[in-house]
Unconditional design. Structure first.
Length: 105
């Protein structure tokens, strides 16, 4: 892992996390876009920028860095997800359970 590896919920923030923490809050949505809009976020399926992710969110004020990050998590959508409908949690799928239930009757 690199010096700025900071992947959370499928998004690699890199040094952006520290830069957001170093800012003074509250910040308006426009201020966030002005300062960080061109910063790249690495997703499972490519990259995007803060500006692309937050472009739809308009009238907003952020109280802290966590508020900015949460909005990014909410707005990035399924692009941050690797394989769709994949889980590494094990166990049976609902279809497998139904088949197993039928066989035991």
């Amino acid at each position: 892992m690199g010096e700025h590896d900071n992947r959370e919920q499928g998004i690699e923030f890199g040094s952006l996390t520290d830069d957001l923490e170093d800012e003074s809050y509250p910040m308006t949505h426009d201020e966030v876009l002005d300062r960080f809009g061109d910063r790249e976020l690495e997703l499972e399926n490519g990259t995007t920028t803060v500006g692309e992710v937050l472009s739809e969110e308009m009238e907003r004020e952020y109280e802290d860095a966590e508020g900015v990050r949460q909005t990014i998590f909410n707005m990035v959508g399924s692009a941050a997800v690797g394989r769709q409908r994949y889980s590494d949690r094990g166990g049976e799928t609902p279809n497998e359970q139904q088949e197993g239930d039928d066989a035991s009757m």
